[in-house]
Design a protein around this ligand. Structure first.
Ligand SMILES: *Cc1c(COP(=O)(O)O)cnc(C)c1O
Length: 395
């Protein structure tokens, strides 16, 4: 992948000279480009790799992430809401090599806009049509705009979430005039269990999708998101729609992560203290020191996306002693959390020492598992208070 600027090495000193935010969040844009290319290789040249950049590119910053995906060759993006669609169009108009983003298609998962929404029409946003009601609404938009983009038809194949049913596909076959003037980019569905590779529901959903496609005019189709890509060729069809894998999450849970990690999260130490055996830590006094202990207060809390329920479930590491797990103890506060550093072989820790919460020794998916959630939720919860460093470190 080509870069306009030479890759910059991430320097931890940057963090210490940075403003006194609690968390330092580093985001490796180079790795996002590499992950896109990795998925392109996985599906081969005949399959279009679109990118899900909804929810601010899963919390990582769509203004930084989308241009990197564009530079890596991505020309098709998915967002969830109207405002996300308009924001992405503006970003693309700024980044697209003199072509004003004309070659970028933006699909809106929430469906078609009302006829009066001139901003979406002007931004050439392509809706995902989830129901016959939305189809009717889209046709009224088409009547008013000759230059409207192609749409996407979505069908439900077993998740009972978005999309039309088999019966509605059969109705479209009986009444083809329902699709008069409707230009379809592709037809899509979504898998409910793609992260469980051996689940027979994946093949069942694919078969249900093929039955639906047989009712429709022939055309391209799409069923795979990140995990679906790793279910094999049959699931690739014409368009794949990864999100999580681009951001370094493991699309193949239980197996080694084929993607490059993208984020690291460090928390800054505010102070450390020695407490006697029996000392209580934090709100509700839920932790009682079983021995004389060293306790450090880190400037990161539930307002930074570190769920309050994480108290006692995760551990962090000091970058110089990555093999020593330092448990998070007591309840997590809004702006801080406590860790037990008694086992660290150093006693004179400097203020502002950074502890790794997510990174090379604490992979995103492992942290999510410890929190009884998934990495998707960890990413989208990261919040706005961290000091963010975007870098392009190829290592
Ligand atoms: C969010 C989303 C994706 C991307 O899913 P990942 O699991 O993050 O790859 C793909 N398709 C649809 C319809 C989505 O809503």
């Amino acid at each position: 992948m080509k870069h306009a600027d030479p890759p910059k090495q991430y320097d931890p000193a940057m963090a210490l000279s940075a403003p006194d935010n609690g968390g330092l969040l580093t985001i490796n844009l180079y790795a996002i480009g590499e992950n896109y290319q990795r998925l392109v290789r996985e599906v081969g040249p005949s399959v279009d790799v679109a990118a899900a950049v909804k929810a601010n590119a899963y919390g990582l910053g769509v203004a930084q992430v989308a241009p990197v995906l564009y530079a890596a060759g991505c020309r098709r993006f998915f967002v969830a809401t109207r405002d996300e669609a308009l924001e992405l169009r503006a970003i693309m108009d700024r980044c697209a090599d003199g072509q004003s983003g004309q070659d970028v298609t933006i699909h809106l998962l929430n469906g078609p806009f009302t006829d009066g929404d001139a901003a979406l029409a002007a931004a050439r946003i392509s809706p995902i049509i989830n129901s016959l009601t939305q189809l009717t609404r889209w046709k009224s938009v088409l009547a008013a705009h000759d230059d409207a983009p192609q749409c996407v038809l979505q069908f439900d194949t077993g998740m009972s979430r978005y999309g039309m049913s088999l019966a509605e596909a059969q109705r479209l076959a009986r009444e083809p005039e329902l699709l008069d003037r409707v230009s379809i980019a592709f037809t899509m569905s979504h898998l409910a269990n793609a992260d469980a590779a051996s689940d027979p529901r994946n093949a069942a959903q694919l078969a249900a999708f093929e039955a639906i496609l047989a009712c429709l005019p022939p055309g391209p189709s799409s069923i795979a998101a990140s995990s679906g890509i790793f279910l094999g060729k049959r699931f690739h069809r014409d368009v794949v729609r990864p999100g999580y894998a681009l951001y370094g999450g493991n699309p193949t849970p239980g197996r080694p992560n084929p993607m490059e990690p993208v984020i690291a999260l460090y928390a800054r130490m505010i102070q450390a203290r020695t407490v006697p055996e029996g000392a209580e830590v934090g709100y509700g006094s839920t932790f009682r020191a079983p021995r004389v202990s060293r306790i450090a207060t880190l400037a990161i809390g539930y307002a930074d996306g570190l769920l309050r329920s994480a108290g006692g479930k995760i551990s962090v590491v000091h970058p110089a002693f990555p093999d020593i797990a330092l448990p998070c103890i007591g309840r997590i506060s809004m702006d801080s959390m406590a860790i037990d550093i008694t086992d660290l072989p150093i006693t004179d820790l400097a203020e502002n020492t950074l502890f790794e919460m997510i990174g090379p020794h604490r992979p995103l998916d492992d942290v999510a598992t410890a929190l009884s959630t998934i990495g998707y939720e960890v990413l989208t919860s990261l919040g706005a208070r961290h000091f963010r460093v975007y870098h392009e470190d190829p290592s």
